[in-house]
Write a protein that binds this ligand. Structure first.
Ligand code: ATR
Length: 265
């Protein structure tokens, strides 16, 4: 049996186990997906321990995404982002990937969003970094807007062709943009949005990385403006699909994984 899992602290409410196990069931794979909660300072040790135990693959979440870089051979994109959310233990040294970036790209592709033109990424934390690099690698021109403008400028310096801004510039930045991705936590705790509704328009595709609630105020405003909307569960799904495919070498049964995920949300 192949054992996969997630390390994080906390991991109690993770939706990854049902999502991945729906995939194993659909393909008839003899595999399980379990959660582990190592102490907050033991991310790299946990990777070493998992390798010793013969665990086949791990997802990595807060607070370990940066720390585990020390224990893996990072793929180039994970190294540039500076964070790993997927570890593959096949072969010698564990390999670290960042599937959050590809997750956003595949979520947009699933909705037939053309990956060209200009993307506005709101947020410059972990999710913002992954999405900014991921979209720039697809050839999009990226504008990063963040509450703390200096962080947006810092990220823009690292991402090819990107520019950095404060949130006050959002209306200008969005006027001729094609894609908007919210990578802040705004909308999770309260019915709030980081983007003024008046800045949204019908030529935008809007992806919200927030998936609780599934319909955020940003997505409601975007739908009202005639924009294409992509909820955060698609990004969660496709970061998992990408990990599943790296680990198993099989095409993931996306519909089955999506169905199970949405049942549990
Ligand atoms: P994650 O890994 O989910 O990206 P993070 O690294 O803590 O989490 O980043 C949180 C992001 O949400 C940051 O861009 C943060 O802005 P700051 O860099 O200015 O802190 C943004 N954020 C959080 N609360 C916010 C709020 N109330 N308004 C605007 N942006 C907010």
């Amino acid at each position: 049996m192949d054992v996969y899992g997630l390390i994080g602290n906390p991991v109690g409410h993770s939706l990854s186990p049902p999502m991945h196990e729906a995939g194993y069931e659909a393909l008839g794979l003899d595999a399980r997906y379990v959660t582990f909660e190592p102490p907050a300072d033991a991310g790299a040790e946990a990777i070493d321990a998992a390798a010793t135990l013969g665990i086949a693959g791990l997802n990595v979440t807060i607070p370990f995404k940066q720390d585990v870089l020390a224990a893996v051979d990072p793929a180039p994109l994970a190294e540039r982002i500076g964070a790993v959310n997927t570890v593959d233990f096949a072969g010698g040294t564990p390999t670290g990937y960042n599937t959050d970036a590809v997750g956003a790209v595949r979520a947009l592709e699933h909705h037939d969003v053309s990956l060209s033109g200009t993307a506005v990424v709101v947020g410059a934390g972990g999710a913002g970094r992954a999405v900014a690099f991921g979209l720039a690698d697809e050839g999009l021109s990226v504008r990063v807007a963040n509450r703390t403008e200096s962080k947006a400028l810092g990220l823009a310096d690292e991402v090819p062709g990107a520019t950095g801004h404060g949130l006050g510039s959002l209306a200008d930045l969005l006027s001729d943009a094609d894609i908007l991705v919210n990578c802040t936590s705004v909308g999770m705790e309260a019915d709030e949005t980081p983007v003024p509704a008046g800045a949204l328009h019908g030529d935008l595709a809007v992806l919200d990385a927030v998936y609780t609630p599934i319909e955020t105020r940003l997505l409601r405003d975007a739908a009202a403006a005639g924009a294409t909307t992509v909820d955060g569960a698609w990004m969660l799904l496709y970061q998992g699909v990408e990990a599943f495919e790296r680990w198993t070498g099989e095409d993931a049964p996306v519909d089955r994984m999506n169905g199970r995920l949405r049942e549990r949300l």
